[in-house]
Write a protein that binds this ligand. Structure first.
Ligand SMILES: Cc1cc2nc3c(=O)[nH]c(=O)nc-3n(C[C@H](O)[C@H](O)[C@H](O)COP(=O)(O)OP(=O)(O)OC[C@H]3O[C@@H](n4cnc5c(N)ncnc54)[C@H](O)[C@@H]3O)c2cc1C
Length: 263
């Protein structure tokens, strides 16, 4: 690890000011960033911890019924506090990693990192959530920009994420047991005005919406509606854990399971 300064501000304004320093970087739960630093793959001048900012913590339900989650809220807290207001998202949070990861890793860090096998990007995109930063609000459809890439600007932090709550939703994760990330994960949300299907773990382009499945399910909401629909394996991730064709097949299987869970 290279040397760095450490700051732990208590307001968003102070965090943004500290992140204005050259090569300063935000620190969420450190589950990705700290191992990166240990391997000397990054050399920030300062780490600005977001864990001491009260307004970036916890889950709250708005007057319109939407659920807002503070950007520095650990997964374990989401699993517990969102269980009543948005059960499918709480269940997703409860399936992330192991207890140590869930107690340190944060929703803002996960979404900002946009790992192609992470669970939250599927929950955020599948829900059509809004990413709230210190500077603006970004629709999920405009946020995820390919593997490990997002619409966030330098020094911009996710202060909260606002979720509309669907009539029914389900996250189906096919676990990669060594890493505990998703080999393939499908988040399906059924709203009054349509179905959204977001897929993680599968594509070299990171999380994506499976629009053909959405159209088919909007016509008829049952697993058989997906018969005959196939994902093109060309853009799928292929590695020692699963070939491109295997992942493409898993997308269909997990989507059907999600539909069943929502019926
Ligand atoms: C063993 C292991 C298993 C895991 N399993 C899973 C899994 O099954 N599913 C899953 O989804 N994830 C999994 N993860 C990832 C983990 O849950 C964290 O979500 C992830 O590491 C990033 O969150 P963090 O809060 O630790 O961010 P950090 O590591 O602190 O930061 C990651 C990046 O995000 C930036 N950042 C942090 N917070 C913010 C913010 N609020 N706004 C803007 N930028 C920010 C940082 O600058 C850095 O670039 C696993 C991790 C480990 C180590």
């Amino acid at each position: 690890m290279y040397n760095f300064e450490f700051e732990k501000p208590s307001t968003i304004a102070d965090a943004v000011a500290a992140l204005g320093a050259e090569d300063a970087q935000a620190l969420g739960g450190g589950q990705t960033l700290i191992p990166t630093l240990k391997q000397r793959l990054a050399a920030p001048s300062a780490l600005v911890s977001l864990s001491g900012i009260p307004e970036m913590q916890g889950v709250c339900v708005g007057d319109d019924g939407s659920v807002s989650i503070g950007g520095a809220t650990p997964h374990a807290v989401v699993a517990q506090e969102a269980a009543g207001s948005y059960p499918a998202l709480a269940a997703l949070a409860g399936q992330i990693g192991d207890p140590a990861v869930r107690n340190r890793g944060t929703i803002g860090g996960s979404v900002a990192n946009n790992d192609p096998a992470a669970c939250y990007p599927a929950g955020v995109l599948g829900s059509g959530a809004t990413i709230v930063t210190n500077a603006r609000q970004i629709a999920a459809d405009a946020f995820f920009d390919g593997m490990f890439s997002t619409a966030l600007d330098e020094g911009e932090i996710i202060t909260s994420i606002r979720f509309p709550v669907p009539q029914a939703a389900s996250y189906q994760k096919f676990l990669q047991p060594a890493s505990r990330f998703a080999l393939v994960g499908v988040y399906l949300a059924r709203f009054a005005d349509g179905v959204r299907v977001a897929v993680t773990g599968a594509s070299e382009d990171g999380v994506f919406r499976w629009s053909e499945a959405e159209q088919a399910l909007n016509t008829e909401f049952r697993p058989d509606a997906l018969m005959g629909l196939n994902i093109n394996p060309a853009n799928m991730i292929g590695d020692l854990h699963g070939s491109k064709a295997y992942r493409a097949h898993l997308v269909s299987v997990m989507t059907k399971r999600a539909v069943l869970a929502c019926m």
